[in-house]
Design a binder for this molecule. Sequence first.
Ligand SMILES: [Zn+2]
Length: 227
Amino acid sequence: MSLADIFIYDTTWPFVAEIAIRVSVMFVLIIVFLRFTGKRGVRQLSIFELTIILSLGSIAGDPMFTEDLPIVQAVIIMSLVIMLYRLCTWLMMRYQPLEDLLEGRSLYIIEDGMLVLDKIEQGKMSHDEFFSEMRQQGIEHLGQVRVGLLETDGTFSVLMFADEEVHYGLPLFPKAYQAVKDIEVHQHYACMYCGQVVQGVVAKQPCNRCEEKSIGWAKAINTKVIR
Ligand SMILES: [Zn+2]
């Protein structure tokens, strides 16, 4: 096989013209079908929505360049996928268990300034990922956060403490999120795995809340939220 075969093979100018027509038609059809999903736009997708988008994408792609694939077949398949999608969303509105199965559940990841341990594992999100999510919302440490909810589309919703309720918490920015070596008696320390805050010499032991997962203590901070 020559290089020309890889790049050109049996492509003729008439077929290039046909591709142009096919792509234009499919392009319009994709927009029409995505409008039929009833969604207003896409920021993040749940797994279920991603499945729909992937199937639509692969069905829409083939007729763009496959000579013996009539567009009407793609239209039939895309219609069926959209009908299934609408049926599923309709059923999900009525049966909560089905919604939990297809979309997943939102998870309380932070409660009262500490990570909810079993939920972190269910959320399959690494510390790095949700620290980054929180940093992007302007949160400096966990002591500022009353509730943190991981939504099914992967986004993060937080409720903050009022200024006077902010307490010591685990810092989220890399320079402050460092294990300390020397423990001072009056200093507050935060467990780097679960966010539990202790004072003084207690930080010489592993965290009693996350036990064997304990990965050290960082100097806790209690700065207020800058608004
Ligand atoms: Zn801990």
